[in-house]
Design a binder for this molecule. Structure first.
Ligand SMILES: [Ca+2]
Length: 479
C-alpha cells in the first residue's frame, strides 16, 4: 500500500489503513516472529513449590505469582529423579533415569546420553541462538555443542558465604561453613544477582537480533548453604516459622526407605548423626524461605526486562526447580528420596497464545518438558523422547495426560498417580533384590505418614500400581 498517488476518493481509505497498520504494527511484528518464539528457560536449584501461588501463604514471592498469572501453573509436576545433575540431564535429554543412566549429582548429559540431541541442541539446530548462564547443567562444560557461546557462571568465590568468619570455617572438601547465613551485604555480591545481571545483558543483546533465542538461566539458591541478604531473612521472622507436624519416619514403612541426609551433615553446626535441634530447624526453614525470595526477586527483574524490551509476548517462559526438598518432613532434610516432598516441583509455563492465570492439576513429569517446548516452538520432536507433550494441557488444563509418573533415586522407584504413591526399594542402585515396598493413600494421607502396602484393604491397588511400574520399566527399558 502506498500514499504516493492517492486520488481524492480513496484517500480516507488509505489513511484508515495506514493508521490501522501503525496501530497493528507491534502485533504484526509479533505474529511474524510468533512463528519462532524465544525461550527463556529458568532453572532453580533445589526449589520445591514453596511459593505463595502454590498455596504456601507465608511465602513472599510476588514475581513468581506474577509469572503464574502470565501462564499455566502445573500444581502436580514431578521430577524424574531427585538429585541435581541427574534430574537436569534427564530433563535436557528427554530420557528417563535408570539404575545406570542419570544417577547422581555428578551426572554428565554428554556422557550418559551422548547419542541423542539435547533440548538446547534441537533449538540451536533450528537456527536459534542458545546460551546458558549460571547452573543449568551440573557441569558448566557439559553438552558444550548445544550452546552458541560458552556457558557462563559467576566467579566461584561468590557462590558460598559472604562473611569472612563463615568462609574461614571451610577447611576441606567435606568440611563446609554454616548451613545458613544472613549477612547485611549488598545483593550484587550474591551469585544469583550476578547471573540475573548477565542474563539481562544477554536479553538486551539477543532481543534485537534476527535470530530467536533460547536463553537458559540457572539460579543457585535455594540450594545449601542458605545464604541470602538479611533483608530476605527479615521477611520471615523466627516466631512465624512452624516446623512440620510429621517429623517422624512413616509408620510401618520398611527401614530400607530410611535416609540420613548426608549432604547437609557436611555443614558446620549440623550434627553428624541424629536430628537437628528445633532451633536449628527453624533457622534452616527461614534460610530456605529467604533464598526463595532472593530468587523470586531475580525472576522479577527478568520479567520486567522482557516487558521493557517488548519481547514478553513472543517469549516462552519455562520456570522449573530441579527437584523437591525435605524441610524436616519425616525427620529428613535435602532431597535424594522418592517421597512426595522430594519429587514434587514447581513448574510454570507461559507462552504466546496460552491463556494465563490457570492451574493444571494433571500429573506431569519432567521428561514431558522437552517435547512440550518442541511443540510450542513448532520444532519436530526427536524420536528418542520418552515424555509426552503438555501442549494439550496448555490449551485445556483438563485435557487427558497420563495416569502415572515415575520417579527414581538410588535403589528406589516410585509411581505417583492421582491418589497414590507406590514405592519399591532394591539393592544395586535399583537393579538388584527387592528390599521393601511402600504405599501411601494420598487422598487420606497427603503427608505420607502411614504405609498401607501391607494393608489387605489395599491389596488390589497395590497390585495394580506394581503392574504400572513393571509396565513402565519394560516400556522404557529402565532396569
Ligand atoms: Ca538440585
Amino acid at each position: 500500500m502506498t500514499l504516493r498517488h492517492p486520488n481524492r476518493a480513496i484517500l480516507p481509505i488509505l489513511v484508515f489503513f495506514s493508521m490501522l497498520s501503525i496501530l497493528l504494527g507491534a502485533s504484526a511484528t509479533s505474529s511474524q516472529a510468533a512463528e519462532r518464539p524465544n525461550v527463556l528457560f529458568i532453572a532453580v536449584d533445589d526449589l520445591r513449590p514453596e511459593i505463595f501461588c502454590f498455596g504456601v501463604e507465608k511465602m513472599v514471592t510476588p514475581n513468581l505469582d506474577r509469572l503464574a498469572e502470565r501462564g499455566v501453573k502445573f500444581d502436580r509436576a514431578y521430577c524424574n529423579i531427585a538429585v541435581c545433575g541427574a534430574s537436569r540431564a534427564s530433563l535436557m535429554k528427554g530420557l528417563r533415569p535408570t539404575p545406570t543412566r542419570f544417577t547422581s549429582y555428578l551426572t554428565r548429559a554428554d556422557n550418559d546420553a551422548a547419542d541423542v540431541p539435547s533440548l538446547p541442541m534441537v533449538f540451536k539446530q533450528a537456527g536459534y541462538h542458545t546460551a546458558s548462564n549460571g547452573k543449568v547443567y551440573h557441569h558448566n562444560n557439559d553438552d558444550v555443542e548445544a550452546w552458541s557461546r560458552p556457558s557462563w557462571r559467576p566467579d566461584k568465590s561468590s557462590l558460598w558465604w559472604a562473611l569472612p568468619e563463615n568462609r574461614a570455617l571451610v577447611t576441606g572438601q567435606r568440611i563446609r561453613g554454616p548451613a545458613y547465613e544472613a549477612a547485611d551485604e549488598p545483593e550484587e555480591s550474591y551469585p544469583d544477582h550476578q547471573i540475573c545481571d548477565k542474563t539481562l545483558a544477554d536479553l538486551r543483546q539477543l532481543a534485537g537480533q534476527d535470530k530467536p533465542f533460547f536463553l537458559a538461566c540457572g539460579f543457585y539458591r535455594p540450594h545449601l548453604p542458605f545464604v541470602a541478604p538479611k533483608k530476605y531473612w527479615d521477611l520471615y521472622p523466627t516466631d512465624t516459622i512452624r516446623l512440620p507436624d510429621n517429623r517422624y519416619f512413616p509408620r510401618d514403612l520398611p527401614d530400607a526407605f530410611n535416609y540420613t541426609w548426608g549432604e547437609m551433615r557436611a555443614y558446620h553446626g549440623i550434627p553428624k548423626q541424629g536430628p537437628v535441634s528445633d532451633e536449628t530447624a527453624v533457622q534452616l526453614i527461614r534460610g530456605y524461605h529467604a533464598c526463595v525470595s532472593l530468587v523470586d526477586a531475580q525472576v522479577g527483574r527478568l520479567l520486567d526486562e522482557l516487558e521493557k524490551l517488548g519481547v514478553a509476548d513472543n517469549t516462552i517462559i519455562v520456570f522449573w526447580g530441579d527437584h523437591g526438598w525435605q524441610l524436616g518432613e519425616h525427620g529428613f532434610w535435602c532431597k535424594h528420596t522418592n517421597f512426595e516432598v522430594a519429587s514434587r516441583t514447581p513448574l510454570l509455563i507461559a507462552a504466546p497464545g496460552v491463556e494465563g492465570g490457570r492451574v493444571c492439576r494433571r500429573i506431569v513429569e519432567y521428561v514431558d518438558i522437552y517435547p512440550t517446548l518442541c511443540d510450542l516452538a513448532g520444532l519436530p520432536k526427536p524420536a528418542h523422547l520418552q515424555g509426552m507433550s503438555m501442549r494439550p494441557l496448555l490449551a485445556d488444563v483438563q485435557a487427558e495426560h497420563k495416569e502415572a509418573v515415575i520417579t527414581r533415586h538410588g535403589g528406589g522407584d516410585a509411581v505417583r498417580t492421582d491418589g497414590f504413591r507406590y514405592m519399591e526399594m532394591h539393592t544395586k542402585n535399583g537393579a538388584g533384590q527387592l528390599q521393601g515396598i511402600g504405599m501411601f493413600d494420598l487422598k487420606k494421607d497427603p503427608g505420607e505418614n502411614q504405609n498401607v502396602a501391607e494393608d489387605p484393604a489395599y491389596a488390589q491397588v497395590r497390585s495394580r500400581l506394581q503392574g504400572v511400574l513393571d509396565a513402565e520399566r519394560k516400556k522404557w527399558n529402565l532396569k
